[in-house]
Design a protein around this ligand. Structure first.
Ligand SMILES: NC(=O)c1ccc[n+]([C@@H]2O[C@H](COP(=O)([O-])OP(=O)(O)OC[C@H]3O[C@@H](n4cnc5c(N)ncnc54)[C@H](O)[C@@H]3O)[C@@H](O)[C@H]2O)c1
Length: 346
């Protein structure tokens, strides 16, 4: 079988990380990359060619697949360029700076029905999340009552990162759009769509022109409630999602990541007991491997090979998750007015 020729646009932290998993998959081979930090065009020691911008990458190379690992300001534009060139595209989250960006991409995608477009909501591929989802979907623990999610880190710009995440003109939003979007996506995965949203959004702590904290209270049309806190003042890094069902609860705590700072990844299942003592039987599983990056790539390769729809991280997921992020921004009238945001229906 011929491998698919992959180009990577954006060769920063994630672009390099993606390359490792792309090249580890038998269906893919990275043949070229681009990043504006290259001072000139050339060929790496391993034969991969490099360019300074995505136009040159797309013009000069005969690719099958494009991975977009750029900053948010150019993600949508380059994704559309890839689709127009007839390439399958994988783009990192978020899909752009705002809802209009992903809508424009979907418009182009609809003109190329034979191409696969996938977004990198990679938390869906963590084993703890997959196991929790299987339990919820089994129905054995009853319907969903509520969710409480905290995802936070101690800065907008973590150690070793460049500073584009702190600039609205490039990033489009702050901690909620950058990191909290994973929690928003998981809440949609477990709870469905949220129709009522209340929120406070603030940049009080770091004073950038993007949020450093977002607090949301949301409800589905079935009445399930979710509380979300996305934070860039979480001095002890934290990922926690509590899912309360009618017959028990699931606690996702910690997530395996590159920084290893979010603690051990565990899933605790507690079964409600009749005596009301509040000390139920529970079982905790600890996950020591992070298959998410490899499995996400494998799923993308499979969707291309079988010509089947994207199951996780479709453009529809990206639109709905992005629309919910914007609903949270706009649910705080002061925040909405301060940045001139406009409501965006999902
Ligand atoms: N799935 C995840 O868990 C996850 C984790 C971290 C980051 N991300 C996403 O990956 C993307 C990249 O993040 P990162 O941490 O690698 O950032 P980064 O700053 O390390 O990399 C971005 C790269 O894009 C390059 N770039 C920007 N504009 C360009 C242009 N016009 N032409 C050429 N090169 C350009 C920059 O030079 C930089 O090297 C972001 O969208 C981010 O949200 C996803």
């Amino acid at each position: 079988m011929n491998t698919l020729r992959v180009g990577i646009a954006g060769y920063g932290i994630v672009g390099k990380r993606r390359r490792h998993f792309i090249d580890a998959h038998p269906a893919f081979t990275t043949v070229a990359v681009c990043d504006r930090t290259f001072t000139k065009e050339g060929t790496m020691a391993d034969g991969v060619r490099y360019y300074r911008d995505s136009h040159r990458l797309l013009d000069a190379e005969k690719l099958d697949v494009l991975f977009v690992c750029l900053t948010n300001d150019v993600a949508a534009e380059v994704t559309m360029a890839g689709l127009r060139q007839g390439l399958h595209v994988f783009c990192e989250k978020p899909p752009g700076r705002d809802v209009a960006d992903i809508r424009a991409v979907i418009d182009v995608e609809s003109q190329h029905p034979g191409l696969r477009l996938k977004y990198g909501f990679n938390h869906r591929y963590h084993d703890s999340v997959r196991d929790a989802l299987a339990l919820v979907r089994s129905g054995n623990m009853g319907g969903l009552i509520d969710m409480k999610g905290v995802y936070g880190k101690s800065a907008i710009i973590s150690f070793g990162q460049s500073d584009w995440r702190s600039k609205r003109a490039i990033a489009g939003g702050g901690i909620l759009l950058d990191q909290g979007i994973h929690m928003v996506d998981l809440m949609r995965l477990f709870g469905g769509e949220f129709v009522d949203v209340h929120a406070f959004v603030s940049n009080r702590a770091w004073g950038h022109d993007i949020e450093d904290n977002a607090y949301a209270l949301m409800r589905t049309k079935d009445g399930a409630v979710a509380m979300l806190h996305s934070s860039a003042t979480q001095w002890r890094h934290r990922f926690q999602l509590d899912i309360t069902l009618e017959k028990g609860s699931l606690i996702l705590s910690g997530i395996l990541s590159g920084s290893k700072s979010y603690g051990a990844e565990t899933l605790t299942v507690a079964w409600a007991c009749d005596n009301g003592a509040g000390d139920p039987r529970e079982q905790t599983t600890r996950y020591n491997n992070d298959p998410s990056w490899a499995d996400e790539i494998a799923d993308f390769a499979d969707a291309i090979a079988r010509d089947r729809p994207i199951s996780e991280g479709s453009s529809d997921d990206a639109l709905k998750t992005m629309a919910l992020v914007y609903k949270i921004y706009c649910a705080d009238p002061e925040w909405k007015q301060k940045w001139g945001l406009r409501d965006a229906e999902g």
